[in-house]
Write a protein that binds this ligand. Structure first.
Ligand SMILES: [Zn+2]
Length: 130
């Protein structure tokens, strides 16, 4: 599975304005495969329909919010459908390890985690591991 840095480097046009800088997203690595999948679809769409790419400014933010993946920027409607699909999948995917997970309350924070990561008392829900 690719690291966040590898995904960002693979799709420079998508991430030219990423808020968190050049090397990471603002979420755990368990969602990397979802992010990579949606980046592939967006990139593939722009290659097939370059006219849609003219006003595309790039993805501004990739982050976790209320236990879900959020990918924000200004996109054509059809691209939003790809993003919604990835965000929906994140609701059942552990943010830390990528296993099947569900929404939990961790120290007052909503996090989507698997049983194993949920039992790890060393987990800091405010920490975003790469
Ligand atoms: Zn996990």
């Amino acid at each position: 599975m690719s690291t966040q840095k590898e995904i960002i480097e693979k799709y420079p046009l998508l991430f030219k304005k990423l808020r968190s800088g050049q090397y990471t997203f603002e979420c755990g690595k368990g969602w990397n495969h979802l992010i990579e999948e949606v980046c592939f679809k967006i990139n593939d769409f722009f290659e097939k329909f370059p006219e849609y790419n003219e006003n595309f400014e790039g993805i501004i933010v990739v982050k976790e919010k209320y236990g879900e993946l959020r990918i924000q920027g200004s996109f054509p409607d059809i691209v939003y459908d790809f993003i919604k699909e990835a965000e929906h999948k994140s609701q059942n995917t552990c943010e830390y390890c990528g296993a099947e997970g569900k929404m939990r309350n961790v120290w007052g924070w909503q996090k989507t985690l698997c049983d194993v990561c949920d039992k790890d008392e060393g987990i800091d829900p405010t920490f975003k591991p790469e």
